[in-house]
Design a protein around this ligand. Structure first.
Ligand code: AMP
Length: 120
């Protein structure tokens, strides 16, 4: 899709530090890592977000993401696989992507701006 930064990476118009590529997916290092391992796994076709992806495409993601974890050497130490959806999800790039994050003990905090107890 024109003007989509991740489509430009798929097309080779913007450089990326690529880890793995298949017919349907591309994995590359996040430009602004939040952990020692921070890989983005994207679909090669422009799919806006998780709401739009087919179960068939997701089936292919399974082994691809598992292989990325192996390549980065985090399959046994552990990692997190996250996709942000829309405004509340904190999605900044509207092209489906999964963050594979690891290489350090990850915390589970700062996931909301508001305390859910305040809305009880
Ligand atoms: P999200 O907030 O879930 O949409 O995440 C978008 C991610 O894309 C952020 O972690 C950015 O650091 C990352 N990002 C944006 N542009 C690039 C780029 N050109 N190469 C690699 N990662 C990028």
């Amino acid at each position: 899709m024109k003007d989509c930064i991740f489509c430009k990476i798929v097309a080779g118009k913007i450089p990326a530090n690529i880890v793995l590529e298949s017919r349907d997916f591309l994995a590359f290092h996040d430009i602004n890592p939040i952990a020692p391992v921070h890989i983005l796994i994207i679909t090669k076709t422009h799919i806006r977000d998780f709401n739009e992806v087919s179960p068939e495409m997701m089936a292919g993601l399974t082994s691809f993401a598992q292989n990325v974890a192996k390549i980065l050497g985090v399959e046994n130490s552990g990692y997190r696989l996250i996709t942000n959806v829309g405004d509340n999800g904190g999605q900044e790039v509207p092209h489906l992507h999964f963050h594979l994050i690891g290489g350090a003990k990850l915390k589970w905090h700062h996931l909301t701006d508001t305390n859910p107890r305040n809305s009880l």
